[in-house]
Design a protein around this ligand. Sequence first.
Ligand SMILES: NC(=O)c1ccc[n+]([C@@H]2O[C@H](COP(=O)([O-])OP(=O)(O)OC[C@H]3O[C@@H](n4cnc5c(N)ncnc54)[C@H](OP(=O)(O)O)[C@@H]3O)[C@@H](O)[C@H]2O)c1
Length: 317
Amino acid sequence: MRAAYASSFDADNPLAALTVGDRPEPAHPQRDWVSVQVRASSLNHHDLWSLRGVGLGPDQLPMILGCDAVGTDPDGNEVVIYPVVPTPGDPRGMSILSEHFPGTFAERVAVPRMNLLPLPTGLAAADAACLPTAWLTAWRMLTTKGRVDDGESVLVQGAGGGVATAAVALGVALGKRVYATSRDAAKRERITELGATALEPGARLPERVDVVIETVGAATFDHSLKSAAPMARIVVSGATAGYEPKVNLRRVFAMQLEILGTSMGTPDELTELLAFCAERDVRPVIDSVVPFSRIEEAFARLASGDVFGKVVVDHTA
Ligand SMILES: NC(=O)c1ccc[n+]([C@@H]2O[C@H](COP(=O)([O-])OP(=O)(O)OC[C@H]3O[C@@H](n4cnc5c(N)ncnc54)[C@H](OP(=O)(O)O)[C@@H]3O)[C@@H](O)[C@H]2O)c1
């Protein structure tokens, strides 16, 4: 079957490590695994990290990439795939599709049957394909970890990314005052259209916030600390611009801040998110939809850093 996979690693030019070609049908490591015919998938920064050799070893090559997908199960049901798979031997006890098991950028992907969630009525495959990784991460950052119900205001750093645009859209839909930083004037304008107050990185906010959504890391972390209200939660799920920021500990204890790490979310949280989006008419911000036959272009778009929202792949085209 046709698939997009990491055939090598290239830290400087990840696109050079990407191959599109034939791969064997996905194996079923256990009896409860099933193959899903993929209809739509979406890219994450994770896919670029994999091509750079972050989180994958040479012995795992070639590895089909892709964490997110919507498809059709063997019984003909339309399903959303929960991408976290139990993985004995991994120190986390689990892995995300494309780490130990082949990912979703293929005609078919194999997963445990319990990882299949029904596609809610009214949610298009392309929209739902954005939710299982970036949007799930943002949902858990805001709700379970950030306890946003206990607050009124949210700061989202690096507003162009998939997690960040999700956090802005969800924060606004949850009725919060949302501030978002971006280096890019055009992205700041688009963030405003989503209902947030857009700011340049490092700009002083009109108020200190209750929850900070951090995926940028070193470039923005000091601003996150300075913008946090007493008892605020700074929730970290990524560090695109470096993972060793300088942290002013005096501010952490004096303001009684909580710095919380998080990764992905639970199946229940994905079920909640799917229902929230379907019922509240919240739809993912989609940067572009690229046919599976031209998936290299989707990778190039993400690698350009010039995206606003999710890059979706249409596997029916
Ligand atoms: N832990 C998890 O479960 C999980 C899940 C999904 C993603 N992640 C991680 O979260 C991070 C975000 O991923 P993503 O796919 O949403 O988006 P992304 O493509 O990594 O973009 C994130 C944003 O970071 C900002 N940025 C990048 N370099 C910067 C710099 N030097 N200075 C300031 N801002 C900078 C950009 O914002 P502007 O251009 O708007 O300034 C960009 O839009 C990644 O590191 C990813 O690995 C983690």
